[in-house]
Design a binder for this molecule. Structure first.
Ligand code: HEM
Length: 237
């Protein structure tokens, strides 16, 4: 629900840019910001319901994949489907289109390996979702529009939205540390019998990323999108 109202907001913003409707852009951005805040609130519920060691030692193993997985270096043979083993990433919210749509709307571009990983995760999305991200990516740039029209309200609306995304990603980073890094270190220090996939999953996301490096890079790139407001000169005041 949170994501769908945010996506409606994103489309409203794109439409409003085309007709230079500043109020429409502002309203759409507010919807996106609210949606990101709601996502974080929902995410916070995890602490009441999921125990980190159970998550790390049991659940994660079932959502890991067979790409970048030392237990299955050549992938998995799908008998009756292919004569060659297939490499597929495990389940990851990186495969959800909502956040990538917001990145596209806000003109947040992840470069290098980080960007390549996120783009590869689109292969796991329904085609219509992938197309929506691509459509938003080639629409006129919201960020350029805002920096050019120099409306302080719009700039603040955009920055609130980026800040909500930075906040969600920072919260996500801390939660990943709690649910993956800490239990992983604990299991290692106790000489946990998990081998192969279990051990690899201490530093690798289920989608196959080098997780902390990747997640910090994504968060930092988001932060850099904030528009620094021009200081008002004495003549303007
Ligand atoms: C304990 C719960 C969670 C864990 C351990 C976790 C872990 C991870 C990891 C390791 C990655 C790196 C990519 C990979 O290799 O899979 C990732 C990516 C991602 N996760 Fe989570 N995640 C959790 C919950 C969530 C939730 C609730 C959301 C949505 C609100 C979310 C959204 C994302 C997104 C969008 C990415 C891609 C990177 C980005 O765009 O910021 N995750 N997650």
């Amino acid at each position: 629900m949170a994501a769908s109202s945010g996506l409606k907001g994103a489309l409203e913003v794109m439409h409003a840019i085309k007709i230079s409707d500043l109020i429409g852009i502002q309203k759409g951005l507010i919807k996106v910001t609210q949606s990101l805040k709601k996502m974080k609130e929902t995410f916070q519920l995890i602490h009441n319901h999921v125990e980190p060691n159970a998550f790390h030692g049991t659940f994660r193993i079932f959502v890991s994949g067979w790409r970048d997985n030392p237990m299955l270096p050549r992938g998995l043979l799908y008998e009756g489907v292919s004569n060659e083993p297939i490499l597929l990433s495990g389940g990851s919210a990186a495969q959800s289109s909502a956040i990538q749509c917001f990145d596209a709307l806000l003109c947040i571009q992840h470069e290098g390996e980080t960007g390549a990983f996120l783009t590869r995760m689109r292969d796991y999305m329904p085609p219509a979702h992938r197309h929506l991200i691509e459509t938003l990516s080639v629409c006129p740039s919201l960020r350029d529009f805002i920096t050019t029209c120099s409306s302080s309200d719009l700039c603040q609306g955009y920055n609130s939205c980026v800040s909500a995304l930075v906040d969600l990603r920072s919260y996500h980073l801390n939660t990943v540390a709690k649910y993956v890094i800490v239990p992983g270190n604990r299991a290692r220090s106790m000489g946990c019998p998990l081998r192969g996939v279990g051990t690899a999953l201490n530093t690798t996301g289920t989608g196959g990323s080098n997780l902390m490096v990747f997640l910090k890079s994504v968060r930092n790139t988001t932060q850099k999108a904030l528009i620094l407001e021009r200081p008002t000169t004495s003549r303007e005041t």
